[in-house]
Structures are given as structure tokens and as C-alpha cells.
Write a protein that binds this ligand. Structure first.
Ligand SMILES: Cc1ncc(COP(=O)(O)O)c(C=O)c1O
Length: 397
């Protein structure tokens, strides 16, 4: 490699290191379970997105194995060529039924669903109104679309409405928000946002990656949680509560037909492999047939929040499985996480640029498979770590 580029990489990495933002991979020697083997050590896992524990559910695993036996390891092509199987269609039907929409469309990931949807619908002359804490894939979709993006304050209806009043266009308008915010675990006020979208003639897109399988009746997601219907575009992922992999869009027949013809991340990509499709299908069936799993997750989340608050931590009221403990500086959050790990709890520090400067945190996530005793044990370890760092009270959000 030319020396110029070596210098570039080395300097950039030095800058990242100086800001305490270097990222390194941690290696799991087994699945994401309540107790997980991380680099040879059994740790209590309180940071996985497998909220329902379905990745290790026997029926879900059987769904994957059966699918591989019937359809093979890979899908063989894009959906529009040779990669469309009966299984893909069954999963789309199951997602549409679960989300209460006319239709659904699979993507290879939630990231690619967001990028594909936004960039295929919005373009030059259009305006996107995007919550400041939206996921990176929404941000990248906005950038790729070439539409003007107006950022409104996090979950702030006044800020959103003012933006819609002041930013004028003859083109299309899209309001896009996470349903459940991935780093804060709060839920967007979808009823009010939908009213604003209708008032100003904007499309509404909700990314429900962390709401699906978690909140609402039977885990049907954020819109269901508020009793809101007819969200124009719902994006979701199969990689979190569903315990498999892949993304989806749920909406009208017209929208789905359009995306099949316009979304480049759908058209030009090999379709999901049968194993993950079979697993996701079995997982959705499991959620529908065993509502106790979602109820257990909701109970565990509430219990964890209550216990942390009782111990003096600043934890916002909430209903999701994501509980942020805001520490502040990146190095403090790293140290906190290290102390947790020494005591057998795996909950990594989340730092800028993933979260705003000064709000580095431990992003605790709860799973349905955690026991009450494990939650209690972890809360005590948090208390000890906070005492050691004299951070007994974390920062209010
Ligand atoms: C809010 C949100 N949207 C989209 C994604 C991307 O989903 P996937 O992991 O399926 O690409 C994530 C996951 O990191 C997320 O948190």
C-alpha cells in the first residue's frame, strides 16, 4: 500500500484512540443466552438484542434446520431472479399478518430496508423530517436519497410541526422516526406524529426494529402499543426479538409492489438464505402461539427498571427492553463496563458517535429468558461498580 494511505489509516486510528472511541470485537464461543460464553468465560449477558431468547429456542432452530434441508444453505439469487421461494412468501405473509398490514417485503437486513425504502421513495426536491436520534441506517438512507433532510428535536412534536410549517417544498414529504429508540429505549409518540403527518400531507415511516416482539399486544410493536393503525411504512428487523436475521417493510400492496420495482437494496441483492427465513417464520409462529414469552419480557423489563431505580440509579420510566444508564464521559463508561465484566456481567459501553458526546452509557437490555434472581444479581453488581467509581447516581436523561 502507498505510504500516504498507511499514514492516513494510522492517523485516523490515533485520533479515534485519543477520543476513547476505538472499537474492538469481542468473541462469543456460543449463543446469546442469559449466560453466554464470551472468550471462554461464562458471563451474565445483559446487552443482547435477542430480547425473547428465540435464537436458542428449539422450535426456532428446528425451523432453520428444516428449511435448510428442504431448500439448501443459500437462496441462489435475488428475489427477482432465482431467489424467491415459497418460504420467503410464507414469511412475508406471516409478517403482514403479525403487523396488520396488507403486505410485507423482506430485505437482507433492517439496515438495508431503511436505506432501500428511503432512497427509492425520496429524491431531489423532496424533504425528509428525521428525529435527531434516528438509527444510522435511516441517516444513510436520507443521505443516499439526495432529498433535503431536516432534523427535528428528539420526540419533540413542536419541533417537528415547526419544521413542517417552515420548510416548504412542492415535492414529497416524509416523516421518519424510530418506533423504539435503540440507545435510549424510549418510544416515539406515534399517535401525535401520525396526526402531524396527515395535517401536513407527509408520508410516515416508522422503524420498529426494537419494538417488534417487545411492546404492544403480543409484541406487535410500537404502533399497536399506542393503538395507532395505518402507519404508511413500517420497517422492522428479524435480527432482534425475532432471533434470526433479515429486515422487512410492512405496508400496503401498492407500496410493496413499488419497492419490488424501485428499492435497489431489494432488487440487486441475493435474497435471505433459507435457514434464517425458516427460523424467522418459526419465531413469529412461536410469538403468536406463546404470548407468555412477550409477557415475561415485559415483566422482566419493568422489574429491572424498578430495581435499578430503587437502588438510586436514574432510570427513566419506560416499557421497552432497553434501559440506558447514562454515565457521561467515554472513559468512565468504559471503566464501568470493565468493572461489570470483572464481576461476570457483559454490558459494553456505548460511546460517541453512536450516542451524543457526554452521554456515554451502559445500554442494558433485558431478555425474557433472564430469571428474577439473575436480574437481582446484576443490579447488585451495578451498585457495587457505581460505588467503586463514586458514580452512585448516574446522569438523569
Ligand atoms: C433502530 C434500528 N434500525 C435498524 C437497525 C438495523 O437492523 P439490522 O441489524 O437488521 O440491520 C437497527 C439495528 O442495529 C436498529 O437499532
Amino acid at each position: 500500500m502507498d505510504e500516504v494511505y498507511e499514514t492516513f489509516f494510522a492517523n485516523e486510528l490515533k485520533r479515534i484512540e485519543k477520543n476513547q472511541q476505538t472499537r474492538v470485537l469481542r468473541t462469543f464461543h456460543g449463543p446469546n443466552k442469559a449466560y453466554a460464553n464470551i472468550e471462554g468465560k461464562e458471563s451474565l449477558l445483559f446487552s443482547s438484542n435477542h430480547y425473547l431468547g428465540l435464537g436458542t429456542d428449539k422450535d426456532v432452530q428446528k425451523g432453520a434446520i428444516d428449511a435448510i434441508e428442504q431448500y439448501g444453505a443459500g437462496s441462489g439469487g435475488s428475489r427477482l431472479t432465482t431467489g424467491n421461494s415459497l418460504l420467503h412468501q410464507q414469511l412475508e405473509e406471516a409478517i403482514a399478518k403479525f403487523k396488520g398490514t396488507e403486505n410485507a417485503l423482506l430485505f437482507s437486513s433492517g439496515f438495508l430496508a431503511n436505506v432501500g425504502v428511503i432512497s427509492s421513495i425520496m429524491g431531489k426536491g423532496d424533504i425528509i423530517f428525521s428525529d435527531e436520534y434516528n438509527h444510522a441506517s435511516i441517516i444513510d438512507g436520507c443521505r443516499l436519497s439526495k432529498a433535503r433532510t431536516v432534523i427535528y428535536k428528539h420526540c419533540d412534536l413542536q419541533s417537528l410541526e415547526t419544521a413542517l410549517q417552515t420548510e416548504k417544498t412542492d415535492g414529497k414529504k416524509l416523516i421518519v422516526t424510530d418506533g423504539v429508540f435503540s440507545m435510549d429505549g424510549d418510544v416515539a409518540p406515534l399517535r401525535e406524529i401520525q396526526l402531524i403527518a396527515r395535517k401536513y400531507g407527509a408520508l410516515l415511516m416508522v422503524d420498529d426494529a426494537h419494538g417488534t416482539g417487545v411492546i404492544g399486544n403480543h409484541g406487535k410493536g410500537s404502533a399497536n402499543y399506542f393503538g395507532v393503525e395505518n402507519i404508511d411504512i413500517t420497517v422492522g428487523t428479524l435480527s432482534k426479538a425475532i432471533g434470526a436475521e433479515g429486515g422487512f417493510v410492512a405496508g400496503s400492496n401498492l407500496l410493496i409492489h413499488y419497492l419490488k420495482n424501485r428499492a435497489r437494496t431489494f432488487i440487486f441483492q441475493t435474497s435471505l438464505s433459507p435457514g434464517v427465513v425458516g427460523a424467522a417464520l418459526a419465531a413469529i409462529q412461536k410469538i403468536e402461539s406463546t404470548p407468555q414469552i412477550v409477557e415475561k419480557l415485559q415483566w422482566n423489563s419493568a422489574y429491572m427498571r424498578r430495581r435499578l431505580r430503587e437502588e438510586g440509579f436514574h432510570v427513566l420510566e419506560g416499557v421497552t427492553a432497553i434501559i440506558p444508564l447514562i454515565i457521561g464521559k467515554a472513559e468512565e463508561a468504559l471503566q464501568f463496563s470493565k468493572l461489570l465484566e470483572e464481576e461476570g456481567v457483559f454490558a459494553p459501553a456505548i460511546r460517541p458517535p453512536t450516542v451524543p458526546e457526554g452521554t456515554s452509557r451502559i445500554r442494558i437490555t433485558v431478555m425474557a429468558t433472564h430469571t428474577k434472581e439473575q436480574i437481582e444479581q446484576v443490579v447488585q453488581i451495578f451498585v457495587q461498580a457505581a460505588k467503586k467509581m463514586k458514580l452512585y447516581r448516574t446522569i438523569p436523561r
